[in-house]
Write a protein that binds this ligand. Structure first.
Ligand code: BGC
Length: 331
C-alpha cells in the first residue's frame, strides 16, 4: 500500500516538474529549432526581472535595456510581478533559469531570499547581474545601479541644508524588507544624527505604491500632527505624500524630499509641492546591464561594482540637462 502511495507521489512530482519546465520554456520563448538557423538568431537571450513590471521607474530601466539589446543584437525579455510580490519575483527567476536563458538581470532585493537563488542559478551556468539593488554577499557577477547608502546620505544632507530649526521627519519607505530601501533610510539617519534639531518621528512602508504612500501619509498626520517633513525613499512615495498634503492644505508647511524624477515628480517640483528629489539613472542602469551581460557572455573583463550617478535636485535645477531628460522622457 505504502509503495503505491510513494509511486503516486513520484508520478505526480514528475508530471508537475515537467509542466514547470515546459511552461518556463514557453514563457521565455526558447525555441530549440531556431538554434540551427544561427545566422538569423539573435546572439543571446537575456531577461530583465524587476520587482514590478508596470512601475514607471522600471519602464525607464526597460527602455534603456531595450535600446542596448537592439544595438547589440540580443533578445531581451522583460518579466516579473505586475505588482510587487517577493514570491512571484523569485519564481520568475527560477522559471528563467529553468528555460536556460543566457543571462538574468534582476534586483538583489534581500540577501536572505535572493542570495541562495542567485548562487544556485550561477552554479547551473546562468550568469546573473544585479540592477538597482545589490546583493553583495551573493556570487552575482556585477552590480549596476545607485550607491543606495550614499543616496540616502545625500537626502539627509539636503534636508539639513534646506531647513532651519526643529524638524520632525516622517519616512515613507518602499518596502521594509528590501536592502536598497533600508540603505536609503540608514544613509539619511546617519546624515542627520549629529543634528539635535532634526529627528525621525516615524517610519511606514508604501509597498512601492502611491496609494499606500498616500494612505500612510494620512495616518501619520493623524498620529503625529507635529510632523514637519516627509522623506519618501521609492519612486512613487513623494507623489502619494504630496497628494495628501495638498488635500489637507499642508503643502506650504511641510517639507518633502523624494526619490527619482518621473514626469509627475518634475511637475511637483516645478509647482513647489515637493522641495527636492534624489535622482537616479534608470535608463542608464538598463542600458549598462545589457551591455555588461553581453561582455560577460563574450568572456570580457568587467567591473564588479558599477555605480550610476545620483544627486539631489531642487526646483532651481529645472529645466534638466539634456542627458537627464533622457531619463524621464521616453524616447
Ligand atoms: C527604486 C526601485 C523601486 C522603485 C519603486 C525606485 O526608487 O530604485 O527599486 O522599484 O523606486 O517605485
Amino acid at each position: 500500500m505504502s509503495r503505491m502511495i510513494v509511486g503516486v507521489f513520484i508520478v505526480l512530482f514528475v508530471t508537475a516538474f515537467s509542466y514547470f519546465v515546459y511552461f518556463s520554456i514557453k514563457s521565455f520563448n526558447i525555441d530549440s529549432t531556431q538554434a540551427q538557423e544561427s545566422y538569423t538568431k539573435p546572439k543571446y537571450h537575456l531577461v530583465l526581472i524587476p520587482e514590478e513590471i508596470n512601475n514607471d521607474y522600471w519602464k525607464l530601466v526597460e527602455k534603456g535595456a531595450r535600446s542596448a539589446a537592439e544595438k547589440l543584437g540580443v533578445t531581451l525579455e522583460y518579466a516579473g510581478p505586475k505588482q510587487a510580490n517577493l514570491e512571484e519575483h523569485l519564481t520568475t527567476i527560477e522559471m528563467a533559469a529553468a528555460a536556460k536563458v543566457d543571462g538574468i538581470m534582476t534586483q538583489g532585493l534581500s540577501e536572505e531570499q535572493f542570495t541562495p537563488l542567485i548562487n544556485n542559478t550561477i552554479q547551473k551556468g546562468i550568469p546573473i547581474i544585479t540592477v538597482d539593488t545589490d546583493a553583495p554577499k551573493s556570487d552575482r557577477l556585477a552590480y549596476i545601479g545607485t550607491d543606495n547608502y550614499y543616496a540616502g546620505l545625500l537626502a539627509g544632507k539636503a534636508l539639513l541644508a534646506d531647513t532651519e530649526g526643529e524638524v520632525n521627519v516622517a519616512i515613507i519607505t518602499g518596502r521594509f524588507d528590501a536592502t536598497h530601501q533600508k540603505l536609503r533610510v540608514q544613509g539619511f539617519k546617519d546624515a542627520i544624527k549629529e543634528q539635535e534639531r532634526v529627528k525621525v518621528t516615524t517610519i511606514e512602508d508604501s509597498h512601492i505604491t502611491r496609494i499606500q504612500a498616500a494612505e500612510k501619509t494620512y495616518k501619520i498626520l493623524q498620529e503625529y500632527p507635529d510632523v514637519t517633513a516627509f522623506y519618501g525613499t521609492s519612486a512613487l512615495d513623494a507623489i502619494g505624500i504630496s497628494q495628501v498634503l495638498e488635500q489637507m492644505g499642508k503643502t506650504e508647511d511641510i517639507y518633502v524630499i523624494g526619490f527619482d524624477i518621473l514626469p509627475e515628480t518634475i511637475e511637483l517640483l516645478q509647482s513647489g509641492k515637493i522641495e527636492a528629489t534624489v535622482i537616479q539613472k534608470p535608463y542608464e542602469m538598463g542600458y549598462r546591464s545589457v551591455e555588461t551581460m553581453v561582455q560577460i557572455l563574450e568572456g570580457k573583463a568587467i567591473d564588479e561594482i558599477n555605480h550610476t550617478e545620483t544627486k539631489v535636485i531642487h526646483r532651481e535645477d529645472l529645466p534638466l540637462q539634456e542627458n537627464e531628460i533622457l531619463e524621464v522622457i521616453q524616447k
